[in-house]
Design a binder for this molecule. Structure first.
Ligand code: PLP
Length: 226
């Protein structure tokens, strides 16, 4: 696709987001994080050229390589993958705009310690919730999520919890996927001072928005040639 065709293509994706959000509330703003984990820096630049600013990666090394290569552009980088403790310092050095996959008290404590050591820096984060209770996925169990959220806020002053993140149930059954999103949304609604409910990927973003998401993480659909 040339740039004009690509813009028309991306506009179609944005129209789908628009339709879904208007079903919920015409004041709802849905932020798009373009997940570039399978894409090149050239592909990121092409999406930047038509207006996208927020990008997400799921490996610390890839976040480093791509964010440094594109340092001249005013991009916002999200880290959306599992964070191993031995990669914490490397991630903090990159100063990501949002860490979306905080999922245990152990990781929160380790982050808190390193944040203090890193000039007492602050990190914006989301609690990841395993709303479909799938063994293959990370994330807090839904029954534990609110307590864990409150505990992290209490014990980790350098972590600013902004909300929650969830991956929809891995199934073709729309009802089950919808239930998993609604589980996350209910937890979000019970939290104090939160603004981000990150749910929805290329295959299920409309359902996620209709179930209460205000941030979608889109990979393959925004980078069709990767
Ligand atoms: C890869 C990934 C996405 C994007 O997936 P697509 O199906 O390609 O849109 C979103 N969220 C997380 C956590 C991911 O790892």
């Amino acid at each position: 696709m040339n740039q004009i065709e690509y813009k028309i293509y991306v506009d179609h994706v944005i129209e789908r987001i628009e339709k879904a959000r208007l079903k919920v509330d015409n004041h709802l703003i849905v932020k798009i994080v373009a997940v570039s984990k399978y894409s090149t820096t050239e592909a990121i630049e092409a999406l930047y050229a038509i207006g996208q600013r927020a990008f997400g990666e799921n490996k610390v090394q890839d976040l480093k390589t791509k964010s440094e290569a594109l340092d001249a552009l005013p991009l916002e980088w999200h880290f959306i993958g599992n964070l191993q403790k031995n990669k914490i310092n490397q991630l903090l050095a990159l100063d990501p705009s949002l860490f979306q996959a905080l999922d245990t008290i152990e990781l929160a404590h380790a982050l808190q310690q390193r944040l203090e050591n890193h000039n007492n820096m602050q990190l914006d984060a989301l609690l990841q919730i395993n709303s479909a209770n799938e063994a293959s996925k990370s994330g807090a169990a839904p029954e534990r999520a609110k307590d864990l959220f409150d505990q992290i806020r209490e014990e980790c002053p350098n972590i600013n919890l902004k909300g929650v993140m969830s991956i929809g149930a891995h199934t073709d059954d729309t009802k089950i996927i919808q239930n998993s999103f609604e589980t996350t949304r209910k937890i979000y609604d019970a939290l104090d001072n939160v603004t981000i409910c990150s749910m929805g990927m290329s295959g299920d973003f409309e359902l996620a928005i209709e179930s209460g998401s205000n941030m979608v993480r889109l990979g393959s659909i925004l980078f069709p040639e990767s």
